[in-house]
Design a protein around this ligand. Sequence first.
Ligand code: SF4
Ligand code: SF4
Length: 451
Amino acid sequence: MLAIQRSPAVGVQKTAASCRSRGAAGCSRRPPPAAAAVPAAVAAAIARRRRARHTAAAAAAGSEARSTAPSSAPAEHAEASLPSLIPHTLEQLEADEELQALHARVQQQGQAALTREEAKQRQRSLDALGVQPFAQVLQAAGVSPLVRKPTAIFQLNIGLYCNQACRHCHVESSPKRTEMMSQEVAERCVQLMEASASSISTVDITGGAPELMPQFRYVVREARRLGLQVIDRCNLTVLLEPGQEDTVQFLADHQVQVVASLPCYSAENVNKQRGGGVFERSIRALQMLNAAGYGQPASGLQLDLVYNPGGVFLAPPQSKLEPAYKQELWEHHGVTFNSLLCLNNMPIKRWADQLVKEGKLEDYMRLLVDAFNPAAAEGLMCRDTISVGWDGRLYDCDFNQQLELGLPAAQHQTVFDIDSLEELAGGRIAVGSHCFGCTAGAGSGCQGATS
Ligand code: SF4
Ligand code: SF4
């Protein structure tokens, strides 16, 4: 199913009818797509940006320090004038009958109960295969106990709102999600960056579509002020959303590394996994990034793409797939990028739901277990990454965050419980049956293969 909105904190909203022509044109027999109410804070941020954009003085002053952007290749802001993708995404969600049934389950049972049920299903699959718990498998491989090293990557999930609703989204984002980081939590995260400057090198910003969150630019500016590398996990299509016309230039001005999802170089496969029209918009966004200098030699603007499998198989080696990606995207679309990161799909949330629906969960767990790689386990991202939820809770990784599996140490539950990320070093890492997704094959983490 697409877009299960399971969080009891959100609930499906009563929505106003949309008159966006793109969404209506794609639905000949159904009523026009309903539009989710954009969260008030998101709407306010968009309005602020629109006002700023239309202020001639601000434009003339170039207040975002444009001097750091490559002057020879300005971003094509005119490209960013397509209608929003959101009505089309909502149309697809509304048309999904399984979604409606599952939404009813969410309403009846709540998010926590469904997450527990999902864990039981994974465990039943492992039991049927006669597989030991992940922690014991690690121990047998000589990798246990899994403990935290000094934190190098500070990953912030600043909100779950997204203009897409992809089939494999482990965050279950969609335009119907409203959770987002408050200013108080964002400021606390900046304080922790300052207090942990000797340890961390990178601030990794994710969502949802982080660019749509009110705290995005504040966090970017503060992290860069502190001299930290910043990663924006970008879904690409967000760069063409109304109100985002200056985002490419903002990213370039602040030398933000863009890590962008593009699970295939074929339109058919991408649109099947991420929604109709996503591939075409993604290519336009990549062209805009290239025009701003991203992925170009010697620009210093890093553009990486992310591949994840479209079915019950593991990601191929990055070294094999990257040349094909580069050739296809250059020859057909004139797009260049730096590196391809290949990730496995984690057997959680939407992907787990789909596997259960198709009766393939046991097959997938067998695939992951059979491909267990001790070398991949050595490089697990949870060893040196800390993940912060939109509400300030701390997790060993983004996947644990979605499963609400907090840090084992009771005194380290939120950003307000610690004075520095250095306090977390040496702590035990919370693992579970889903972790087999990180140790299969070449391994899988937010930075790509782990071995
Ligand atoms: S773009 Fe990313 S966050 Fe948004 S629904 Fe797709 S996978 Fe989830
Ligand atoms: S799911 Fe998280 S905790 Fe488990 S192995 Fe992967 S990164 Fe580590």
